[in-house]
Design a protein around this ligand. Sequence first.
Ligand code: FES
Ligand SMILES: [Fe+2]
Length: 331
Amino acid sequence: MTQVAPRFAARSLAPQPEGTDGLFSQTWFPVCRSDEVVAGQVQGFDFLGGRVIVIRDDDGQARVLSAYCPHMGADLCTGEMIDGTVRCPFHFWRYDADGRCIATGSGDPTPPTARLFAFPTAERYGCIFAFNGETPLFDIPDFPDAPKKLIWKTGEYDREMPADPWVICCNTPDMQHIQVVHGISFDNGMPHDRVEWTPHSMVYEFDGTMRDGSAIRFRVGIFGANIYWQDGYIDGRWFGFVAPMGLPRPGNSRLFFTVGVEDDGSDPPAAREFLDAMYALEVHVATEDLPIIEHARFKPGTLTRSDQTLARFLQYLRDYPRAHPSAAFIS
Ligand code: FES
Ligand SMILES: [Fe+2]
C-alpha cells in the first residue's frame, strides 16, 4: 500500500512543559513572600514538584534548602530552629544555614554525605527567590532609572494558576492582546523592532495610551522564564512593577505582585495613595489576562505578522536552559 506523505508537517511551536524529562527552567523562582518566613522558624513550601524549607540565618538572611533529611527522609519543615541550625524532628540531626550536617542526635560522627541542597537564595521585592541551579545565570532585574527613594507594596494572586510560569509570560511579547485585552494603543505601532534580547531576558520600550486616556511610557520584559518586569511612567510619574512567578509543581504557578513608587518624604500619604492606585491598576490588568489563560489550552499554531515577537519568544523558551540539580534532594 502506498504511503501518502502528509501535506503539512505537524510542527509544534510550544516549548516543553516544565518538568519534561525531569528538568525545569534555570531561573530565579520566588518560593514565598518575605513575610511568610519569620526568624527562628522553619517554613516548608512545595517547589519544582518537591519540597524545600526556608529559614533565616543569624543575620536574618533567608536561605532556601531542600526539605528532606538525608538520614531517614523526615520533612524538616516540622523541625525546629536551635541556635541558628535546623533540627530534624525524627532523630535530632542538625543542619547549618549552608545545609551541612553539623551534629547527629546520637553523637555518632556526621556522615560527610549528609547535607541538604542549598539553593542560591535572594530576597527582593517582598519575595524570597531560589535559583534552580548551582550558580545563578543572571541577576534578578533592578530599576536603574528609578527615583532614589522608593516604597513598595507586595501581594499575590488569590489562587494558584493551572499553568507554567512561561505560559503566563507569553503575554508580554503578545502584542495583539495588549491592544485588545488591555485596551492599550501603541503610539508608534507595535514595537517589534525595539525588543532587546539576551539568552536570559527580553525587554522592549513603548509609548502608549491606556483605555482611560492616561499616557504611558513603559519598558516591559521577561527575565528568565518567569519574571515579568516593568519600569515606566504613567502621566509622567514613575512607577515600577515586578510579577515573579513561582513553580510549586509542574503546571502550576504562584503569582506575586510588587509595585514601587517614589516617596521623597514631602507627602507620604500622597505617595501611599499613588502606590495603592498603581497596585490596584496592575492587579486589574492581571485579572484581565488570568481568566483567559486559566481556561486556555495553550497551543500556539497559526501565528501572524503581529505575533513576530511572540514567535521569537517561543524560540527563546525552547532554547532556554533547563536542569534539576536538586532533584535527588527535594523529591
Ligand atoms: S530522619 Fe532526620 S535525623 Fe533521622
Ligand atoms: Fe496581558
